[in-house]
Design a protein around this ligand. Structure first.
Ligand code: FAD
Length: 521
């Protein structure tokens, strides 16, 4: 049978390592590559303008790669449950393919779509390619329990074996006998909207340092992989949160949108490591991809993963509600230059280093402001180019010592931490030019500078730059005690990791099986 297939791009905005796209092309007559700007996008307060730009660039890149295969991308606004059934009819679709997405929102969306596809006699082929492994297989291999530590995850994936090798991008050969029926006015009907078309305010767009798209992702990957010694020596804790040029790969936005396949990244690293002495997980680059896998797995296994309430693994904390402090943190006006510079970089550029994320997340939560990690998660979700439901929630729980990491008495100093890697405060001067004339001894604590120094620097603290909103020395000690009290309230079961994680032992139905079962019903 010759199929009319829709390949539905959601994440996975790429042609390489896209098994669902290859499945769509098998025994296919007409292929319709589709991207839906669904209500998740149009309720867009949670997506900042820089991330919108990244997405639009990624779609343009995808369309240009499809053009090289004599195909095109169809972009349509609307909810999948409304749009897809109409397309099934209009295009006489017999097969729908997509990449499996493990987030709760996507899972329920896909369940609905599966039902509708069945009603229309459309075969559905979902394929796993966003993560290194099938996440359900990891849980199954761990006796049906979610691995709650990185070490546990490592031993489970070791037992499973190496991640699957990425599949090649479709070629003209794969497209033989397959066509995309698009018309002269494709651009008007199905073209990629501009930011202006979407009614977005572009006045706060920052510099386009990390343009979206698969071609850019692969180019950046090549560039990094050429630095063989750097790759082999890479140890995350040795990288710097405040270097002027990023000290890690900044491939995260590309992996997040699937412009770069995590498996391609993994196997390219394997090639570089081969025959060379190299660093190991958790600090190596392979180790970073396993952190990603770890948080994806816990996000699937733990209910209410992005919330404190109803999340059985999260310490319940009586966080304060302080909109003024939250706004000061978000807008980079806490009066702590290191924190404010990081938040400025985040707002302007959409990416900050992992340890910079540590510093500002600790400051917002258990370190200084005692504001819920859920609030920080929301701000990151809006401003990060790489904002990812599972990774954002998992890392926020870690940093706020709410889950996974329990050494709440180890608090980052908003003054001393940045000095370790940037004694003269060049990073602060870049992002907070108002402080650029401060001498190094005061750049991290301008409020301590004598009035004459402030005058010479052309910046009076309290007038041109805010005074610190809290006294770190006082609040962090008080907060450690509050954290201690929250930990003391945990039930004995909560304190025992093994017990918390003990779920009903299950043979996890794989995500694919789940889809198959539903399709048969
Ligand atoms: P590299 O060090 O070059 O690592 C390579 C890849 O490994 C990254 O691209 C990323 O895909 C993965 N990775 C690295 N570190 C982690 C980690 N700790 N957890 C999971 N995956 C990791 N990362 C996101 O991609 N999206 C988020 O929404 C996100 N939110 C975070 C929130 C907080 C509070 C913290 C502390 C960290 C968060 N991270 C998030 C994790 C991490 O900071 C970024 O993945 C990393 O800084 C991206 O930069 P890079 O690509 O240069 O990383």
């Amino acid at each position: 049978m010759s199929h009319n297939s829709i390949h539905w791009f959601r994440k996975g905005l790429r042609l390489h390592d896209n098994p669902a796209l290859l499945a769509a092309l098998k025994d296919c007559r007409h292929i319709y590559p589709l991207f839906l700007l669904d209500p998740w996008y149009s309720n867009n307060t949670h997506i900042g303008i820089n991330r919108w730009r990244f997405l639009i660039e990624a779609l343009k890149d995808l369309d240009s790669s499809l053009k090289k295969l004599d195909s095109r991308l169809f972009v349509i606004s609307g909810s999948p449950t409304e749009v897809l059934p109409k397309l099934f009819e209009k295009w006489k679709i017999t097969r729908l393919t997509f990449e499996v997405d493990t987030e709760p929102y996507s899972q329920s969306r896909d369940e609905e779509v599966m039902k509708l596809a069945k009603e229309h006699g459309v075969e559905v082929i979902p394929k796993i390619s966003h993560t290194l492994y099938n996440i359900d297989r990891i849980i199954e291999e761990n006796n049906g329990k979610t691995p709650m530590t990185y070490v546990r995850l490592q031993s489970v994936v070791k037992a499973i074996g190496s991640p699957k090798k990425p599949v090649p991008a479709p070629t003209k050969e794969d497209m033989k006998g397959v066509s995309t029926p698009f018309s002269e006015d494709h651009e008007e009907e199905f073209g990629i909207p501009t930011l202006e078309d979407l009614g977005l305010d572009t006045s706060s767009l920052g510099p386009d340092l990390f343009p979206g798209g698969e071609q850019e992702a692969l180019r950046r990957l090549d560039e990094h992989m050429e630095r063989r010694a750097w790759v082999c020596k890479f140890e995350k804790p040795q990288t710097s949160p405040n270097s002027l040029i990023p000290s890690t790969t900044v491939l995260s936005p590309y992996v997040r949108f699937g412009c770069l396949s995590a498996r391609t990244f993994w196997w390219r690293l394997t090639d570089v490591y081969r025959g060379n002495k190299h660093s190991e997980p958790p600090v190596s680059l392979h180790g970073q991809l396993l952190w990603r896998e770890f948080f994806y797995t816990t996000a699937v296994g733990i209910p209410n993963f992005n919330r404190m309430e109803g999340n059985p693994h999260c310490v319940q904390v009586d966080w304060d509600n302080n909109p003024e402090h939250l706004a000061a943190w978000r807008e980079g006006r806490t009066g702590f230059p290191f924190i404010d510079a990081i938040m400025t970089q985040l707002r302007q550029e959409g990416w900050i280093h992992h340890l910079a994320r540590h510093a500002v997340a600790c400051f917002l939560t258990r370190g200084d402001l005692w504001i819920s990690w859920e609030q920080g998660q929301k701000v990151f979700e809006e401003l990060l180019l790489d904002a990812d439901w599972s990774l954002n929630a998992g890392n926020w729980q870690w940093l706020s010592a709410s889950a996974f990491f329990h050494q709440y008495f180890r608090v980052y100093s908003p003054i001393a931490f940045g000095k370790k890697t940037d004694k003269y405060g060049d990073y602060i001067k870049k992002y907070l030019p108002v402080l650029k004339k401060f001498p190094p001894e005061y750049i991290y604590e301008p409020w301590k500078a004598p009035r004459s120094v402030q005058e010479r620097a052309g910046c009076i603290v309290g007038k041109d730059y805010p005074r610190p909103i809290v006294d770190h020395e006082v609040v962090h000690k008080k907060n450690i005690q509050r954290m201690k009290a929250a930990y003391a309230k945990r039930s004995p079961e909560d304190k025992d990791e093994k017990t918390i994680t003990k779920g009903v032992k299950r043979k996890a139905t794989s995500i694919l099986e789940m889809f198959e079962k539903k399709a048969k019903r």
